[in-house]
Write a protein that binds this ligand. Structure first.
Ligand code: DNO
Length: 360
C-alpha cells in the first residue's frame, strides 16, 4: 500500500509540496488539472509540467483525481462519442507519464454535496456537515452551486467549478428522462468504450461512490451500495474497472457495512484507491465529518484497515477530508494539519495490523 495526499497544484493549493513531503509515510500526491474544461483532452505538455513540479518536490505522481466525465456521456446524448474519444486520449496521455490509477465519479450534475462547509464542533474545529432537511429546502439548484463555491474560502472546489453553472437548468431538464436504469445503460456504454483503453495503457479506473450515497434534487444516483456497485463491476468484468473505496461517502448510509463491503470488493481485486476518513452519523440523513480516530466518529477504522489488509490491498490510500484546526485557513476538508494527523493514525493502524498478521 502507498499513502498519498491530495494536492491541487501550485496555483490552487495553500498546502505546499514541501509540507506534504514532511508527512511521514507519504510517498506521493494525487493530482488534477484544476479548471481544465470537462470533456477536453489533457494535453501532454500540461501533464509533463505537473509531473516535473511534483517530482522536483520529491514526491511521486501516480494517481489522478478526477478526470471528470462530461454530462453528455452520463445523459447518453449523441454528442457523447466525441467526449469519449477525448476521455480515451486523456488516459493515453496520462499513461505516458506513469499514471496508474484514475479516480472519477458518475454522479449526475453535482459532485459531493454538503449543507455546511464549516460546522463548528465543541472543540472549536470546523468540519463539513450534511443535513438532508436543509438540502430539501433548496428549490433552486443554482443557489446550491453558488453557495458551495461562495463558502469555499475562495478555493477551487473539486467537482464544483466545472463550468456547469450556466447549464444547470438545462441539465435538470435533460435528466427528467434519465432514471436509474437509463443511467446504468449510459454507464455501461462509457465502460465498454473506456475500459479496453485503460487495459491497453495500464491505468486502473476507480469509480468514486456517490456522496451522499442517495438521490438528491431528484437526480438518479447509482454508485451507492454493494449491490449497485457489483452490477457496475459486472458491466465490464475487468480488474481495470474498479473502485475508489471512500469510507465517508459509502459509510454515511448506515446500511453500507464498510468492512463487509471492503471484503466483498477487495476479494475481487477491485479496490485500487482508498479515501479514508470518519464521519459521525447523528441520524439517517444527518451527519458531520470528524477526526479520523475511531472514537471520534461512527466507523471502526481498525476494522476498515483490517478488511483492507486481509484482502491483500495493494493500492493507494489517502487520508480524506480533515477538520480545520489550529487556525488554518484553506479549502474546506483539505487543510494540511488534520489530514497529516489522519495519515499518521492510519499508518499506525496499518503497521500494527501488518505486524500482528505476521506473527500469526
Ligand atoms: C471530494 C471528493 C470528490 C471526488 C470526486 C471523484 O472531496 O472526494 O470530489 O474527488 O467525486 O470524482
Amino acid at each position: 500500500m502507498k499513502t498519498v495526499f491530495r494536492w491541487f497544484g501550485p496555483e490552487n493549493d495553500a498546502v505546499s509540496l514541501k509540507h506534504i513531503r514532511q508527512i511521514p509515510g507519504v510517498s506521493g500526491v494525487v493530482v488534477t488539472l484544476p479548471g481544465s474544461p470537462v470533456g477536453e483532452v489533457w494535453e501532454p505538455g500540461q501533464i509533463a509540467a505537473l509531473k516535473k513540479t511534483v517530482e522536483d518536490g520529491g514526491l511521486e505522481m501516480e494517481v489522478v483525481e478526477s478526470v471528470e466525465i462530461h454530462e453528455d456521456i452520463k445523459l447518453g446524448l449523441p454528442t457523447r462519442d466525441r467526449y469519449l474519444e477525448n476521455y480515451a486520449q486523456t488516459l493515453r496521455n496520462l499513461a505516458g507519464f506513469g499514471i496508474k490509477v484514475v479516480c472519477y465519479n458518475f454522479m449526475p450534475v453535482f459532485d459531493w454535496t454538503r449543507s455546511e462547509l464549516a460546522y463548528e464542533l465543541p472543540d472549536g474545529s470546523a468540519v463539513l456537515y450534511y443535513d438532508q432537511s436543509e438540502i430539501d429546502k433548496v428549490t433552486d439548484p443554482r443557489k446550491m452551486a453558488s453557495d458551495m463555491k461562495r463558502n469555499s474560502n475562495g478555493a477551487y472546489m473539486p467537482g464544483w467549478d466545472a463550468g456547469k453553472s450556466d447549464r444547470l437548468i438545462e441539465l435538470f431538464d435533460l435528466y427528467k428522462g434519465v432514471g436509474e436504469e437509463e443511467l446504468f445503460g449510459n454507464y455501461g456504454y462509457f465502460l465498454r468504450k473506456i475500459i479496453p483503453v485503460a487495459e491497453e495503457c495500464g491505468i486502473k479506473m476507480a469509480v468514486h461512490p456517490d456522496d451522499p450515497p442517495w438521490s438528491i434534487f431528484g437526480l438518479p444516483r447509482i454508485v451507492n451500495n454493494q449491490k449497485n456497485i457489483q452490477r457496475i463491476m459486472e458491466l465490464v468484468d475487468s480488474e481495470y474497472n474498479g473502485l475508489t473505496l471512500c469510507t465517508g461517502s459509502l459509510g454515511s448510509d448506515p446500511g453500507n457495512d464498510l468492512p463487509s463491503v471492503i471484503r466483498h470488493f477487495g476479494n475481487q481485486g477491485r479496490i485500487h484507491f482508498v479515501h479514508a476518513r470518519n464521519v459521525k452519523i447523528i441520524k439517517p440523513g444527518l451527519f458531520h465529518e470528524s477526526a479520523h480516530l475511531s472514537s471520534e466518529g461512527s466507523y471502526d477504522m481498525y476494522e476498515v484497515m483490517k478488511a483492507l489488509f486481509d484482502t491483500g490491498f495493494d493500492g493507494y490510500m489517502r487520508p480524506d477530508h480533515g477538520r480545520m484546526i489550529w487556525g488554518e485557513k484553506g479549502r474546506p476538508g483539505y487543510g494540511l494539519y488534520d489530514r497529516a494527523l489522519g495519515a499518521q493514525y492510519l499508518g499506525g493502524l496499518w503497521e500494527a495490523i501488518q505486524k500482528a498478521g505476521k506473527t500469526r
